[in-house]
Design a protein around this ligand. Structure first.
Ligand SMILES: NC(=O)NCCC[C@H](N)C(=O)O
Length: 400
């Protein structure tokens, strides 16, 4: 199997998506903020929207892998099952008595039900009764709707929990507690699923925070890493060190972005739509800066002075200039469409991208610039604040 990605825009051959399921039905007005959703999605409609997204990719010859199916197949491997079960049982909130009871519940589940539970969580009222399995004080003091295993509604955004750089995969280190456990699943898939046998990990959970939405493969030897609400400077530095040690790039641009929800990742303000073009939030285009990081003689990252991002990117990519296509037409439309993931396009070939249909002005700008847009509906999917790029983890692109 070929698993190789060295650009944002070359022809997409294989991608990992996650069809949203029971974990979205866990969202309520009481927990949606902490679970990082801005509204309560209509689950059935979100699934329809997602199915159309997947169909649009398949229609263009892209192989779509589903995280849920890969997880289920991974759980057939005894070691993976043990690792993943232990990871939820390690939660200190459980206490020993409830841990025993939850452990017995999980032990009774086959791979499909266990996969559903690891993704969708487990509520107090769903634990199977059993002789001698009481659950102790923790169980008694919980509300019946409380989670014994938290659901993972943001699995939908497969971009963030792993990112491929050439033939290696970085299993990331997610910053928000609501997403922390996602990488136990992606790590198990890449480590134990037969399809990924022999894959080398470039990064691991538990290291300094890095999220995939902050990593852009600007050109085969050039990465941009957003540093803001999610990826920390220490995370960018650690990833740079590892990328250099593996010889995967010769320049990394560390790009500070505002630490706000609207700009939680670099791909919320800028994504590539051609080898030399990005769709970008105009309100920051002139102020965005980059610190070029290159390998020193001993492989240690050497940091250069900060420069305007667009200049630094063009120079590192070896092109005259990076073309910019603006979000929206005016500052207010741009702000609205940036919030609704107008910048968050998924290129499936140079000058061909998937985007949310609601961002009418941005999509028109793209078309005017010669970029074909496959418009998908995302009224429900977007309630988690992520667009087509966030919802996709490219696993193979034809090398440029
Ligand atoms: N790359 C991205 O921008 N991903 C979107 C993640 C949205 C999710 N609700 C989160 O807050 O992490």
């Amino acid at each position: 199997m070929v698993h190789y990605v060295d650009s944002e825009v070359s022809r997409l051959a294989t991608v990992m998506l996650h069809r949203p399921g029971a974990e979205l039905a866990r969202l309520t007005p009481r927990n949606n903020d902490s679970l990082l959703f801005d509204a309560i999605p209509w689950v059935g409609r979100a699934q329809e929207e997602h199915d159309r997204f997947a169909a649009a990719l398949r229609d263009r010859g892209v192989e779509v892998l589903y995280l849920g199916e890969l997880l289920e197949q991974t759980l057939a491997v005894a070691e993976a099952r043990a690792v993943l079960t232990d990871s939820v049982l390690a939660d200190p909130r459980l206490g020993d008595s409830l841990r025993d009871r939850v452990g017995a519940h999980l032990a009774d589940l086959g791979p499909p039900e266990l996969a559903r539970t690891l993704m969708g969580g487990l509520a107090h009222e769903e634990i199977k009764p059993g002789p001698g399995r009481m659950g102790g004080l923790v169980y008694e003091l919980m509300d019946r709707h409380d989670f014994v295993i938290d659901p993972l509604p943001n699995l939908l955004f497969t971009r963030d929990s792993s990112v491929w750089v050439r033939d290696r995969v970085a299993v990331t280190s997610l910053a928000m507690p609501a997403r922390d456990r996602e990488t136990t699943l992606t790590r198990a898939i890449y480590t134990h699923h037969p399809r990924f046998a022999g894959t080398k990990l470039l990064y691991e959970p538990g290291l300094e925070h890095v999220e995939g939405g902050d990593v852009l493969l600007l050109a085969p030897n050039v990465l941009a890493i957003g540093v803001g609400e999610r990826t920390t400077p220490a995370g960018a530095e650690r990833l740079a060190r590892r990328v250099f040690a593996a010889g995967l790039a010769d320049t990394i641009l560390a790009v500070p972005i505002a630490q706000e929800r609207a700009t939680m990742h670099l791909d919320t303000v800028c994504t590539m739509v051609d080898v030399d073009a990005v769709v970008m939030y105009p309100n920051i285009a002139d102020t965005l800066r980059a610190y070029p990081v290159t390998p020193g003689y001993d492989g240690e990252p050497v940091v250069g002075p900060s420069r305007p991002f667009l200049d630094a990117a063009a120079e590192a990519m070896g092109i005259d200039r990076l073309r910019i296509i603006d979000t929206g037409l005016d500052p207010v439309t741009a702000e609205r469409e940036q919030w609704d993931d107008g910048n968050n396009t998924l290129a499936i070939a140079p000058r061909l991208c998937v985007a949310y249909e609601r961002n009418v002005e941005t999509n028109a700008q793209l078309e005017r610039a010669g970029i074909e847009v496959i418009a998908i509906s995302g009224s429900e999917l977007g309630s988690g604040r992520g667009g087509p790029r966030c919802m996709s983890c490219p696993i193979e692109r034809v090398p440029l």
